[in-house]
Design a protein around this ligand. Structure first.
Ligand code: GKR
Ligand code: MG
Length: 428
């Protein structure tokens, strides 16, 4: 069988992103992603995608020679790399971004796991092509034929403050009416029946009003609100009580397990997280204290598809629900998310995806959401083909724009208000 990896290609790209707001600021006009290709001796190509800030690119370049020469059947990379003494050069971590916590505390291991995930996915894709099997079959088989995603709503400026930034046709969304309008378009274009609002942008009562407006417009639709830990315990408890019966769950209202445990104990509101359970060693405290009722897994941060399934199994053992977190991403990530989600029996909530916000892609047939769902393909591998012209175009953009290579959501805010500084956490 054609499984030996003869070559590895690592291509950083920049993808266009609208002016979406969050507690840390505003998305850059372009977001970095990293595309990994493994090429077998027989010429099969497997693809993976992950975060693309400089740190991730540096680590991917360090790991490439270790992956080259392996078999695509050996995708259990973490122990193998440790055994090979593949320590990441810690100097490469100096440009690490996102220290404020969307992805939890950044450690060398976590950055490495995010990069490993792209290699692991690429190896599964190539192995699937070699065996004629879809990735879900390599993971044990699918338990559903489509995966449900939620419409990911953002407060948004009509345009970026940077001169020459790409435009979009979404317009501004800065109040409940704007958010409802955005959700209507998501429902019309993609059929989403479940919605998540990214909060932490406006005072909590304004964001609660937007959730209420959504509930009125879409009666019975599951709704979530995620201020990325921007609130105190006191505020979180107040919002949880106010939106009791309106929200399906409240996501990371406050930062950290102890605060989340207090909010959970004081309210009946289910709490979800992608911030306080981001590593294996954080699981025990969060689960035994009852701090979270739903873990938003992310195969990028957890080190791949196999480890995502392990996380889901641990959640199942504790009676904790599982769904999926997302970051700005393209179709290779969406294919990988869909394939692994298809194999996890107890994913009981629509998964997150930023994909509808992206106009770029690096695959020849970008996915379409139908009734808010993505079909689980049975074709060999991930079921996507790399579009080399698009990859080259987005890489050329990366070459041309060094100032966009590390995501910094504060930069755009300071163009609008030079005195803008990230607010202390929690903000409200
Ligand atoms: O895209 O602004 C964003 C999100 O806030 C993202 O960075 C988060 O990681 O979607 C994420 C979340 O659920 O916390
Ligand atoms: Mg979140």
């Amino acid at each position: 069988m054609d499984t030996k990896i003869a070559d590895v290609r690592v291509t950083p790209i920049l993808i266009a992103d609208p002016a979406l707001l969050n507690v840390q600021g505003v998305h850059q006009p372009y977001t970095p992603r990293l595309i990994v290709e493994v090429v077998t001796e027989g010429g099969l190509v497997g693809v993976g995608e992950t975060l693309g800030d400089s740190t991730y690119v540096n680590i991917a370049r360090q790991l490439s020679p270790i992956v080259r020469g392996r078999s695509t059947t050996e995708s259990n990379l973490l122990p193998a790399l440790a055994a090979a003494g593949a320590d990441v050069d810690v100097d490469a971590l100096s440009s690490a971004t996102d220290t404020a916590g969307f992805r939890g505390a950044q450690t060398e291991d976590k950055l490495r796991l995010s990069v490993i995930s792209a290699f692991e996915v690429a190896m599964f894709d190539a192995l699937g092509k070699a065996t004629g099997l879809p990735v879900h079959a390599l993971l044990g088989g699918k338990v559903r034929d489509s995966v449900e995603y939620s419409g990911y709503l953002f407060y948004k400026w009509a345009e970026h403050p940077q001169a020459g930034a790409p435009g979009d046709d979404w317009g501004a969304a800065l109040d409940p009416a704007g958010i409802v309008e955005q959700a209507r378009r998501f429902r019309r274009d993609c059929g989403f029946t479940s919605f998540k609002l990214k909060g932490g942008v406006f005072p909590p009562d304004e964001e609660a009003a937007a959730v209420r407006a959504l509930a009125e417009e879409f009666p019975g639709s599951p709704l979530r609100l995620d201020p990325n830990g921007g609130w105190t315990v006191h505020t979180s408890v107040a919002v949880a009580r106010e939106l009791d019966g309106v929200l399906e769950y409240l996501e990371d209202p406050t930062n950290g397990t102890p605060g989340m445990a207090e909010v959970a104990a004081a309210t009946g509101m289910p709490l979800a997280t992608n911030m306080c359970v981001t590593r294996v060693d954080e699981i025990q405290e969060a689960f035994t204290r009852g701090a979270v009722q739903v873990v938003l897994s992310d195969h990028h941060f957890w080190g791949g598809l196999q480890r995502t399934r392990e996380l889901a199994a641990i959640c199942g053992a504790f009676g904790v629900g599982v769904s999926m977190h997302s970051n700005t991403h393209l179709g290779i990530s969406l294919a990988a998310m869909t394939q692994v989600a298809a194999t996890i029996p107890h994913i009981g909530y629509a998964c997150d995806s930023h994909r509808p916000w992206q106009t770029d892609d690096v695959i020849t047939a970008p996915h379409r959401f139908t009734d808010g769902r993505i079909e689980v393909t049975d074709v060999p591998g991930l079921g996507v083909e790399l579009d080399r012209d698009q990859l080259a175009r987005l890489h050329e953009r990366w070459e041309r724009m060094p100032d966009m290579r590390d995501r910094d959501d504060e930069k755009g805010m300071r163009l609008v208000d030079p005195d803008w500084r990230p607010h202390g956490s929690p903000r409200w």
